[in-house]
Design a protein around this ligand. Sequence first.
Ligand code: ADP
Ligand code: ASP
Ligand code: MG
Length: 441
Amino acid sequence: MHVWKFGGTSVGKPERMQSIRHLITEDSTPKIVVLSALSGTTNALLAIGESLKANNDTDANLKIDTLKAHYDSFIGELYKTADGKAAGQKIVDNEFAFIRSLTRIKPFTLKQEKELVAEGELLSTQMFQAYLEEEKVASTLLPALEFMRIDADNEPEIGFTEQALAEMLPQHADKQIIVTQGFICRNPRGEVDNLKRGGSDYTASLIGGAIRAEEIQIWTDIDGMHNNDPRIVKNTFPVRELTFDEAAELAYFGAKILHPSTITPARMFGVPVRLKNTMDPSAPGTLIADRTSDQVFKAIAAKDGITALYIHSTRMLNAYGFLRRIFEIFEKYKTPVDMIATSEVSVSVTIDNTERIEEIKAELGAFCTLEEPDYDQTIICIVGNFSADNQGVAVRVFNALKNIPIRMISYGGTESNLSLLIHGQYKADALNALNDGLFSA
Ligand code: ADP
Ligand code: ASP
Ligand code: MG
């Protein structure tokens, strides 16, 4: 079985939904089709939530009217038959009645916000399933809320998904296509929750891992993972092959084409991930698997909103146990550390989640001296084949960046990654300089 995920732009127009109906049926492999919300919908739902949090019901209702009008016209174009249009209208009317009902719950809490934002995927999948029924495609809709669950640390419970799908899928063995929602799940309290922005990719790979799929395909609006961020750099190009490790680094360090955690379940179960372009299905895209090519520099990504903490030992750093004491504090406050640099008496670390920073600083302050943190930093992650015998990797990177102030460097953590910390204001310059220095002939 395959798992194919279509992102917001891939389902964002009636003609796109019609074309993915052909894509999924032209290929005869049975598949689970994971859909995102129509492009713009998740943002629109969050904006409605913001109005409700601010107690501005008039504003919320106006935003709901605008979104509903968009869906009314969408179904007018998607379905061809009167029955199809009626089925589509019923879905839209039902879901918008639920959205309206949320506006009446006071106060509007995080629980309601999560129910509201889940509506995007609930709408897109029901509308698509009704379209497949109109087209007489043998398919069924499997509710993700019945098999996707996160634990108290917001980590997906893949074992639960594996078990639930092992029970559910055999009941639909006669169906070539199983449609389900990306992004949404339940939390340990049984409430509706989600896998964070862009989470449909993660849903697809969790399902792919859970069912040991033959392949996971992520269909989006670009022809695979590019060598650099195409939103910032001109003349980027698709990278044809990446290893799981390389792709995981790029996704984690900011390549928006993949949710940061997408590769983890695929790598765990050895399921290849193929990135494909819905607008150009014949383009080869990118294959993420176990193999590697000899190419030295493969791709660059950047992650914004990073905070650097500078920690000085009041004694000697190499007193054993010192690093453990530092990292236990980050563990206690569930704050992942991305980059580390050490000197004899100091440790610098970066974090991207600053929710618990004050508590972390207070505890570190008991046995260290701290400098003021630097906010608005960016990690630049360069991925490639940097095995120990490859000479000249660092010199090419530093030559390219000779005009950019660098705050931290991490090299040697794996053979596939070199990361640098710079102030966010230099991000575009750094990405462009690296593109010129590492990828132009
Ligand atoms: P979807 O809605 O299908 O999930 P996303 O917008 O989340 O699509 O991801 C696709 C977008 O990611 C592309 O349109 C592109 O602008 C952006 N992107 C950022 N970095 C990269 C990269 N290295 N390679 C390809 N796309 C990238
Ligand atoms: N619809 C969700 C979002 O916009 C999830 C996704 O598209 O992957 O973040
Ligand atoms: Mg996405």
